[in-house]
Each structure stands twice: as C-alpha cells, then as structure tokens.
Design a binder for this molecule. Structure first.
Ligand code: PRP
Ligand code: ADE
Length: 182
C-alpha cells in the first residue's frame, strides 16, 4: 500500500536528506523532524496501526533502533504486543541470532527465543527499507521461532536498492507495505 497523497506529502515533507552520512555515497534519510512533529508522528502511527489491523497481526516486531520508535506506539494503538529485535548482545535472555548485510556494513540481530510462539501473526515494522537485509534477517528469526509473518511495514522504501526483491523469498507471499517509496 502506498499512503494517500496527503499523508505521503506530510510524511515526506518531514524527512530530511543528509548526503554522505554515515559514509560517502550514502544519502541518509533522517526521520527525526517527523518524530518531532506530533501531527505527522500521530498520522504515521495511525497508518501503521491500520496496517496491523488489516493484516490481522497480533504482535509487532520493531527493529532496533529506529524501528522501535515507530513500532512501540503502533503496538499500543493497535492493542497488540511489542517484540524487540535488537543488535547482538543487548538482550538478557536466551536468544535466536541472525547475521545480515547493511547498505553500509554488516551486523547481527537477535530476538528472545521465547518472544514468539507458533500461531502468533507478526508484523515487522521499521523506518527504512534499504537493501532489505535487516528485514530479511528478522523474517528468518520469526520463522525460526515458529510464528507466522503477517507482513513487513516500513515508512520509507528506497526502491533503487532493490530491498523488495531481496525480501520476496522470505515473505513467502506476505505483503511488504511501504507508505512511501522513493
Ligand atoms: O534494508 P537495510 O539495508 O537492512 O537497511 C535498513 C535498516 O538500516 C537502518 O538501521 P541501522 O542498522 O542503520 O540502525 P539504527 O536504526 O540503529 O540507526 C534502518 O533503520 C533499517 O533498520
Ligand atoms: N539511506 C538510508 N537512510 C536512512 N536509513 C537507512 N538505513 C539504511 N540505509 C539508510
């Protein structure tokens, strides 16, 4: 789903381009102006909570760190549980881990092994889909936990990095929802 034009315009107007951050050649999409605008942040939360309901998710997974900022209010608004997927080494309990490649570097994410159960329907929420590596790794964690993927929802898809193609196999037919694609 692409957001209605007015919502898309509002959200896009609050995302800033920062060239050559965090390294030369990367155009960083800074969402902090959006987060600082209560009308825009509320509209974003509502749109993502609608997707949660539409895809009948009963858990949302937020991807550290910016995904947490979006997924936590969505979980509250939608009345579903929030599950953090963190960078390796940050969770205190037994974890499942998955290595992945970023647009700028490599990393590993982890989720508590008992955070999801078979039968859970999970919507993954993040701010940006770039190469798709982070979201793809999260889908693998969700399936390894025995849960069902309801979909992936992002604020902004960087279409030129082909993350959608990279996610296709892991989604197994579940939707990838981007409110904005550039
Ligand atoms: O589609 P990909 O190529 O995987 O890139 C997208 C990911 O990169 C960013 O997170 P980052 O790892 O920079 O961490 P942060 O949220 O802690 O800033 C962004 O918030 C996504 O999680
Ligand atoms: N260009 C970008 N801007 C913001 N977040 C990102 N995550 C990966 N690539 C990004």
């Amino acid at each position: 789903m692409t957001a209605p034009a007015a919502l898309r315009e509002l959200l896009l107007s609050r995302i800033t381009d920062v060239p050559d951050y965090p390294q030369p050649g990367v155009m960083f999409k800074d969402i902090t102006p959006l987060l600082a605008d209560p009308a825009a942040f509320t509209a974003l939360t509502d749109a993502l909570a609608d997707l949660c309901a539409r895809h009948r998710a009963d858990k949302v997974v937020g991807l550290e760190a910016r995904g947490f900022i979006l997924a936590a209010p969505v979980a509250v608004r939608a009345g579903v549980g929030f599950v953090p997927v963190r960078k390796a080494g940050k969770l205190p309990g037994a974890t499942l881990g998955q290595a992945y490649e970023l647009e700028y570097g490599t990393a590993e994410i982890e989720m508590h092994a008992d955070a999801l159960a078979p039968g859970d329907r999970v919507l993954v929420i993040d701010d940006v889909l770039a190469t798709g590596g982070t979201a793809d790794a999260s889908l693998q964690l969700i399936r390894r936990a025995g849960a069902e993927v309801a979909g992936v929802a992002v604020l902004l898809e960087l279409g030129f990095l082909d993350g959608r193609q990279r996610l296709e196999q892991g989604l197994k037919g579940a939707p990838l929802e981007a409110l904005i694609t550039v």
